[in-house]
Ligand binder design. Sequence first.
Ligand SMILES: *Cc1c(COP(=O)(O)O)cnc(C)c1O
Length: 350
Amino acid sequence: MTLIVDLRSDTVTRPSPAMRRAIAEAEVGDDVLGDDPTVIRLQEKSAELLGKPAALYVPSGSMANGLSIRAVCEHGDEIICSSTTHSYNYETAAPAALAGVSMWFIGDERGMFHGRDIGPAIRAKNSHFPNSRMVIVENTNNRGGGAIWPVAQVADVGAACREHQLHLHMDGARLLNACVALGVPATHYTRHVDSVSLCFSKGLGAPVGSIVAGSKEFIARCHRFRKMFGGAMRQAGLLAAAAIYALDHNVERLAEDHANAKFLAERLAEMPGIRLDPRSVQTNIVIFGVDPRLGTAADLAARLEAAGVRCMAAGPQQIRMVTHLDAPRAAIERAIVAIAAVCGAQAAAA
Ligand SMILES: *Cc1c(COP(=O)(O)O)cnc(C)c1O
């Protein structure tokens, strides 16, 4: 098999030659001792981008979320969020294991909810119940197919959280996808939340790392727990340089990934056995249903892999494809031909 394109995730992107030059030339120091100038620059740049007083560079998005939860919650607290939330599904139960919290689910299958949903989800003050402490919104919502939170809806949830004195965290792993799609600065969202995380290693194309931003006190607590969780790194400026390069060069181009995802979705929707409304595709994630006559999602993914298109099963009868900077339009076009051949042959045989 020759690989046509890898659409498993936007995490598969590799540093470009120019990004590697930025890495090679980075000025570094010992960031655990607080003197890596490139990490400091990234943190300042990110704080400004996100409109928060302080920011902290961390090894992964999971750690950004985990630190945020640990910094805010005590053991026995509860987080209100969607059941689609990354922290619940893909972080090995870290909220329970590392912060001792439970989760209470609200919202729809794309991960969206409203301010009015918060009040009824809050536990009564009573010695039997967990303490409701925090709300998480995920923007864009990964399991929800890259769905974008409307800014006004985040504002509405933010107002409800202030009213009920709950900390609002935005898992903004792909926040900049939402911002580029809507044409708004990140601050339009982040002024409504207490803390926000952002991944550099997804569509932005950096090899490693995420940022978490919030108040000075919040970031001071995250800084302490980053050390406790083993995420304090020494000459991390090599990695931070890639993140700075990504912020300077790879943000506006996310629009190309969105256009490619839309194009891919429109072609997929025409294929036999694929269930997809292309209008549901808002950013760079395409999730589609697989008719049983094409087999299970895992079967189809294996046949697509053999035909040179890598993707992932997102459920027993669901496949996810993600566009990114190492999947240019020409590769997507070739992938479409290969996918159509696989689905067409299978549908004819069934
Ligand atoms: C990828 C992702 C993360 C973090 O993932 P890591 O692999 O730990 O960097 C967090 N939230 C969402 C929504 C994600 O898609």
